[in-house]
Design a protein around this ligand. Structure first.
Ligand code: PLP
Length: 394
């Protein structure tokens, strides 16, 4: 096997799941967000681990991802976060997937597919998304009454959940979240005034949970006779999101301090040294010779490139771990290979393990380190790890 792989600690994921459930309790239950191949960690490894850790719900992006999750976890609720695409209602019903819906056509397609499948009145659950401020998915609060008739008695559809997405739960002042929850409160009152009842209030990502929002969300749900469901993703994989601005350590929410201590990173990304060579001063390294050896150097060729998700612009400005030390990337990262400087790391030989994300000896490279160096966020760092990088459970 080409030595470029990801190790997934499924036990760590299970423990993260249990820990996050304890943070949410008694205010809310949790959906484990495993969209986009479990944030690049492998749905096949992570969905069953989340369920072993107690997840009653899984969140995926699409019906396609939902069908894959259903095959892995036959008895778990599966929520389709981006809703059905046209023509997918029958598949959602066949595989017992629960769509988020916000467009009238989605509700119409679901209703006719449910009738065609012989569904009894109120038997097919749907979660309705409300746009409380993100302008992405969701019914605008002003247009909510247009959907009430879709859940009239006799319809096979049941309004099981009301969902919204918080767009700034990582902003430490919590102001945007507070405003979104106030808008949601208002919409919930109008839903019950229309004689409709939803069992679940489905709100909140990792930053919301870690910042202590399970309680206000749970209280909002309770005021409307509902149960709260939060939807952490990143935290499940053991990564604590950054807040803006960062909380001072003395005043950070206790849930966040507890999470820092308890969450364990699930993913380690590894490769290996393919070969080591000595080059003289003046040797140029990689495409376009963007690095030129200033002295006699030892260089190690590593089996990882940008097609694996190591961002090309990291050439000459990042490092990998070799023998527990930081080895600078020299020259451009190629599609399938890269080169590190091991002049100051004694004893490097072909076959040595290399760490791109994770710990080796006393050194660690985190997804946050990659994110900072490439102007992005850990979510993107994980999801760009390429499909040819094997994911193995450890
Ligand atoms: C991805 C996603 C989440 C999880 O977000 P994290 O920040 O990774 O916890 C929650 N809700 C929705 C709608 C999402 O798309």
């Amino acid at each position: 096997m080409r030595p470029c792989w990801v190790e997934i600690r499924t036990r760590a994921l299970e423990e993260n799941m249990r820990f996050l459930a304890s943070l949410a309790a008694p205010h809310a239950e949790l959906l484990a967000m495993v969209k986009a191949n479990a944030y690049g960690h492998s749905l096949a490894l992570c969905a069953p681990a989340a369920v072993r850790g107690g997840a009653g719900w899984l969140g995926v992006t699409s019906v396609e991802e939902g069908i894959a999750a259903r095959a892995l976890c036959p008895d778990t609720r599966v929520l389709i976060m981006s809703g059905i695409a046209r023509g997918q209602a029958a598949a959602a019903i066949q595989f017992e997937l629960t769509p988020i819906a916000w467009e009238l056509w989605q509700l119409d397609e679901l209703e006719s597919a449910a009738r065609a499948a012989g569904a009894a009145p109120g038997s097919f659950p749907v979660h309705l998304e409300i746009d409380t401020g993100m302008s992405r998915q969701g019914v605008l609060p002003g247009e909510i009454s247009s959907i009430f008739s879709r859940f009239a008695p006799g319809s096979p559809l049941r309004l099981e959940g009301v969902m919204t997405h918080l767009y700034a739960a990582d902003e430490a002042d919590g102001q945007a979240t507070h405003e979104q929850l106030a808008r949601l409160d208002n919409v919930l009152s109008r839903i019950s005034a229309a004689g409709l009842f939803a069992e679940w209030l489905n709100v909140g990502n990792s930053p919301a949970l870690l910042a202590g929002q399970a309680q206000p969300i749970g209280e909002l749900a309770a005021r409307h006779g509902m149960k709260a469901l939060l939807r952490p993703g990143l935290a499940l994989f053991g990564v604590v999101p950054e807040f803006d601005p960062a909380f001072d350590v003395e005043v950070e929410p206790p849930s966040l301090s507890r999470a820092r201590a308890a969450l364990k990173p699930v993913l380690t990304w590894k490769s290996a040294v393919v070969g080591v060579r000595s080059v003289p001063a003046g040797a140029s390294v990689g495409y376009n010779g963007t690095f030129v050896a200033t002295e006699p150097m030892r260089l190690a060729l590593i089996a990882v490139g940008y097609a694996d998700g190591l961002v090309r612009s990291l050439g000459n400005r990042f490092h990998l771990l070799v023998r527990g030390q930081r080895a600078p990337l020299v020259g451009r990262v190629s599609m399938d290979q890269s080169v590190v400087d091991v002049t100051d790391i004694p004893g490097v030989v072909a076959g040595d393990e290399v760490v791109l994300i994770g710990k080796q000896g006393d050194e660690t490279i985190s997804s946050h380190d990659h994110a900072r160096a490439t102007g992005t966020i850990p979510w993107e760092v994980f999801t760009r790890i390429g499909p040819r990088v094997a994911r193995t459970a450890v």
